[in-house]
Design a protein around this ligand. Structure first.
Ligand code: PGA
Length: 247
């Protein structure tokens, strides 16, 4: 297991590099199981990938896309649906059929346990595209979360509610509970791509990659990932403990 840390110049460079890596994975495995984060960070990479599809240099129609997390308690057409956000920014622009987008079952932990079993039975995710929260979360694996956590329902922390308020207008608009793919299935991915942009991510990235693994920084579990981890950070997010080499 290794973590490769790539320094991108700015957000556009990060997006281009991330898209290159994802396109390479799809090129070598056109039926890959790809777990996709929403949030602001990966959107630029999704746009570059969509351009590739439009220009005919990328065919993503054979992959299966999997939802990373979702708020609970929303109606089917709620503007805040993270599944809806994934469809708008990834599934449709990459011309992936709706039935090849697998949503998290929201009926409770029993359904999520079954979901984890099915993914594991299929061989796990081939690629997980993730962002990182300022509190170190991956998906909605809020601190404390350790490497053994299954997919489950969680209460969002005040920090995440504040951070997500910028997506929807106000903290009052952010649901308090969510479902998330757990750290265990994430860490079993054959490959993980973690994207971080901006100075506000620098300190947590440093703690996740260069300090001891702790449930208080869920992303630090990446140090125990089963497969290959590639972190692409732009200039402002690039951890000071890194010289650009692999850890
Ligand atoms: P962001 O969210 O990409 O909008 O910064 C990342 C996250 O909270 O995981």
């Amino acid at each position: 297991m290794s973590i490769e840390i790539v320094r991108a110049e700015g957000y556009d460079d990060l997006s281009r590099r991330a898209a290159d890596l994802v396109a390479g994975c799809i090129g070598s495995n056109p039926t890959a199981r790809v777990l996709i984060a929403t949030g602001r960070t990966p959107i630029g990479a999704y746009r570059v990938l969509a351009d590739g599809v439009t220009e005919g240099t990328l065919d993503a129609s054979g992959i299966t896309a999997y939802q990373l997390d979702e708020y609970l308690g929303l109606g089917p057409d709620d503007r805040r649906s993270l599944g809806g956000w994934a469809v708008e920014t990834f599934v449709r622009p990459l011309r992936i059929a709706d039935e090849r987008f697998v949503r998290l079952p929201l009926a409770g932990d029993g359904a999520l346990d079954e979901y984890d079993r099915r993914i594991r039975g299929d061989g796990g995710y081939d690629l997980s595209i993730l962002g990182i929260g300022e509190n170190g979360h991956l998906g909605f694996n809020e601190p404390p979360s350790d490497a053994s956590t299954a997919s489950r329902v969680v209460e969002l922390t005040p920090g995440t509610i504040d951070a997500n308020a910028s997506y929807w207008g106000d903290a009052a608009d952010v649901p308090r509970r969510a479902a998330t793919v757990g750290l265990r299935p994430l860490l079993e991915s054959a490959r993980i791509l973690l994207l971080a942009s901006g100075a506000r991510k620098r300190e947590i990235l440093e703690r996740a990659l260069f300090r001891p693994v702790t449930p208080d920084v869920p992303a630090s579990c990446l140090q125990h990932a089963r497969g290959e981890v590639v972190v692409i950070a732009d200039r402002d997010a690039f951890p000071t403990g890194s010289n650009g080499a692999s850890t």
